[in-house]
Write a protein that binds this ligand. Structure first.
Ligand code: GSH
Length: 282
C-alpha cells in the first residue's frame, strides 16, 4: 500500500502543485494520478474517492481521503517527522505554519485576478489596488521571515511554507508583479528550484491550453531559467509508474528524456482533448 495522490492539470492547478511539492520536495514516495480539467468536472472525476471534490486529494495507505492541501501537509508531517516538512526549530516552525495558513486562507484578489498559468508570462498586466495590497502583504511577510531566519527559504531550509508559496511566486513572475529585492530573489529561487522546474516542464507539454485561464495581456518570456527540455510523445517506454486518468482509465505516463529533461507520454489510447469544462479557478 502506498500514498495515492490525485492531481489536476499541471499548468493551471496551483493547489495540485502544492500537494505534489509536499511529496517531491521531501522525498516521500507517492503514486500520482491526474484528473483533467478539460474533461468532466473535477468532482465527477473524483467520485471513486468520496467525499473528495477538489485536487489535490490524497488517499492514505489506510484509505483515508484528504481533500485539502494544508491537511495533507499536517498529516505528512505527523507521519514523517524526520522529513523536514515543518522546521524543527520551534520559532521557525510556528512561523512556517503561520505563513502557510495565511496563504491557504488569503490573497483572494491575487488568486482571482491572476490564475496560475505556467505556460506564459505577461508584460502588460496592470495590477488593481486589491492585487497590489495582496502583493504588498506577501512582500511584507516574506521579508519578515527571510530577515528573521536568514533564508535561503522562508524559514531557513525548504519547508511546507515554501511549497505553499511556490504557485504565488509563479503568479508574481508570470504577471510581472513588482516586489522588493529580497522578495524578488525569493521568487527567482522558486523558479530555479529543480522540483518546480520538473513540474513546469511537464505542465508545458501535457494537456491542452484551457481558454478560461488565458488572459488578454501582452506576453513576454518566462523570467526564470528556461524549462528543462521536454517533449510530448505518443509512445515509448516510461521511466516511472503508469498513472490512470480516472474518467477514461486511459494510461498516461511520464518519461524523462536526455538526462534531466522530462516528457509527458500520453499513450496512443488516450482520447483527444475535448472541450474544457467550467470549474473553479486554481
Ligand atoms: N482548499 C483546497 C483547495 C483545492 C482546490 O480548490 N482545487 C481546485 C483546483 S486548483 C479544484 O479542484 N477545483 C475544482 C474544480 O475546478 O471543479 C486545498 O487546499 O487543497
Amino acid at each position: 500500500m502506498s500514498y495515492d495522490l490525485i492531481l489536476g492539470d499541471r499548468a493551471y492547478s496551483s493547489w495540485s502543485l502544492r500537494g505534489w511539492l509536499l511529496f517531491e520536495a521531501f522525498a516521500i514516495a507517492v503514486k500520482t494520478r491526474y484528473v483533467q480539467f478539460h474533461d468532466a468536472s473535477v468532482a465527477e472525476q473524483l467520485t471513486a474517492h468520496a467525499p473528495a471534490q477538489t485536487v489535490p486529494t490524497l488517499v492514505t495507505p489506510e484509505g483515508a481521503v484528504i481533500g485539502d492541501s494544508l491537511a495533507i501537509a499536517e498529516e505528512l508531517a505527523t507521519r514523517h517527522p524526520d522529513a523536514g516538512i515543518w522546521p524543527s526549530n520551534p520559532l521557525a516552525r510556528a512561523t512556517a505554519r503561520s505563513l502557510a495558513a495565511e496563504m491557504h486562507s488569503g490573497f483572494g484578489a491575487l488568486r482571482n485576478d491572476c490564475p496560475m498559468n505556467l505556460r506564459c508570462a505577461y508584460s502588460s498586466y496592470a495590477a488593481p489596488d486589491a492585487v497590489q495590497a495582496d502583493t504588498f502583504r506577501i512582500d511584507t511577510i516574506w521579508n519578515h521571515a527571510l530577515n528573521r531566519f536568514g533564508g535561503p527559504w522562508l524559514c531557513g531550509g525548504y519547508s511546507a511554507a515554501d511549497a505553499f508559496y511556490a504557485p504565488v511566486a509563479a503568479r508574481i513572475a508570470g504577471y510581472g508583479l513588482a516586489m522588493s529585492g529580497a522578495a524578488q530573489a525569493y521568487v527567482d529561487r522558486h523558479l530555479a528550484d529543480p522540483a518546480f522546474r520538473r513540474w513546469r516542464a511537464m505542465a508545458i507539454v501535457e494537456g491542452p491550453d484551457l481558454a478560461r485561464y488565458a488572459r488578454g495581456h501582452d506576453q513576454t518570456d518566462w523570467s526564470g531559467p528556461p524549462p528543462r527540455l521536454a517533449q510530448a510523445v505518443r509512445s515509448g517506454p516510461s521511466e516511472n509508474a503508469t498513472a490512470l486518468i480516472p474518467a477514461s482509465l486511459s494510461p498516461i505516463s511520464w518519461k524523462r528524456t536526455g538526462g534531466s529533461s522530462v516528457s509527458a507520454t500520453p499513450s496512443a489510447a488516450t482520447k483527444p482533448w475535448p472541450t474544457p469544462m467550467p470549474g473553479r479557478n486554481s
